[in-house]
Design a protein around this ligand. Structure first.
Ligand code: AP5
Length: 210
């Protein structure tokens, strides 16, 4: 899943993962867990994440290599937030070659900037199951509590307005070039990311035939 911060990558990846029975692998979630646990990786990553910058490529590529070697990734996986630079995409091409696999599609969810800021400032995430809510667009039945598992919802540290602006700049400079990279390779599936979550999910499933 490729797209801007707040574009709906996590929301759509979670729905597809449940439908297809394959894991959603989110580098952002892996890094946030490391930050919560206070590991060495977490300490390094936090500095970059709080500034809206990308964590260095070698660290991210190492995380993905390790994660893809786990048994639940044997029958496929949905990558959410990786690759995010051309260097990561090239390293990923090599990884896939090494295991004799190929990409099925790169789903690029495009959303206008002003909509992204509204989505990110209102986002709430479940501390238990990771389900995503929005105070205005998809609120939980009971404020601050997950409908699905009953655990409390929290607001991400990097969803402050000044960090959001920086994340959007980072996205434009370092991640947007991947649109051309994957277009040239014939993998890009462009999805207009404005509309209801269900409609966007239907468009994605139609486009990739699942
Ligand atoms: P990461 O966690 O990947 O954040 P991101 O890319 O900025 O994306 P988000 O998770 O903010 O947004 P999303 O597209 O998943 O949208 P969502 O579904 O939540 O990365 C965080 C940080 O980690 C990075 O800044 C970087 O430092 C580091 N990092 C991660 N991966 C890295 C990598 N590969 N290389 C280097 N560094 C890396 O939706 C947002 C909100 O909108 C939610 O509230 C949702 O309910 C709502 N919403 C969703 N769809 C709709 C809709 N259709 N209509 C209305 N609201 C909607």
């Amino acid at each position: 899943m490729l797209g801007p911060p707040g574009g709906g990558k996590g929301t759509q990846a979670k729905i597809l993962s449940e439908r297809l029975g394959i894991p959603q692998i989110s580098t952002g979630d892996i890094l946030r867990e490391a930050v919560r646990e206070g590991t060495e990786l977490g300490k390094i990553a936090k500095k970059y994440m709080d500034e809206g910058k990308l964590v260095p490529d070698d660290i991210i590529v190492g995380i993905i290599k390790e994660r893809l070697s786990q048994p639940d990734a044997k029958n496929g996986f949905i990558l959410d937030g990786f690759p995010r630079t051309v260097a990561q995409a090239e390293a990923f091409d090599d990884m896939l070659k090494g295991i004799g696999e190929s990409l099925k599609a790169v789903i690029f969810i495009d959303v206008p900037k002003e909509e992204l800021v509204r989505r990110l400032t209102g986002r709430r995430t479940c501390s238990g199951c990771g389900r995503m809510y929005h105070v205005e667009f998809s609120p939980p039945k009971e404020e601050g509590v997950c409908d699905h598992c009953g655990k409390p919802l929290y607001q991400r540290d990097d969803d402050k307005e000044e960090t959001i602006v920086k994340r959007l700049e980072t996205y434009e400079a370092q991640t947007l070039p991947l649109v051309d990279y994957y277009k040239k390779k014939g993998f890009l599936v462009e999805i207009e990311g404005v509309g209801s979550i269900e409609d966007i999910n239907r468009k994605i499933r139609e486009a990739i035939g699942v």
